[in-house]
Design a protein around this ligand. Sequence first.
Ligand SMILES: C[S@@+](CC[C@H](N)C(=O)[O-])C[C@H]1O[C@@H](n2cnc3c(N)ncnc32)[C@H](O)[C@@H]1O
Length: 160
Amino acid sequence: MWKNIDECINNISRAFYLTEQRRSKLVQKPMAVVGFSGMQNRHFLNNLLDYHQELNYLEIGAYRGATFIAAMYNNQNVRGIAVDSFDDRFSFGQDTEELYASLLSNTTNILTNNEHYEIWRKDFYDIKPEDLPKIDVYMFDGEHDMQSQFDAFNHIHESY
Ligand SMILES: C[S@@+](CC[C@H](N)C(=O)[O-])C[C@H]1O[C@@H](n2cnc3c(N)ncnc32)[C@H](O)[C@@H]1O
């Protein structure tokens, strides 16, 4: 967890500073994963999670893993949990089994530096607070309507 709020803010500032210079631990492979994540976002999360103490990272809506892999890459201090239901309701006609297989193969092939992560094929609304560790960095990238944004915080508020 963050040692205190000042350290948390300092690490956010540091992450912005490095990101503006396009710097992080990311190399070509994690940058090349197809997904809904820009290069600045990938650098930022990778820098934000680079910290001298253990952090818990939760991502809802992992899809093929572009954002999750960028966040986790070479950050051995992090326990990462990637959640996606791969439900036909949210896939815009894409093959959900192919998407799930792609998340598994992308993480297996790229997160090879002793990163600690779990992949949960699960609906966000089925997660109970007791399933989760205390979350230090939370990326909600499921549905983007207003109600889902409220739910993103309210549903798991006991875990951060
Ligand atoms: C925009 S994509 C996420 C992009 C991804 N973060 C990336 O880095 O490319 C949205 C994902 O959220 C998932 N999703 C939507 N609603 C969900 C829910 N209630 N529970 C779990 N996953 C959900 C969808 O299956 C889809 O894969």
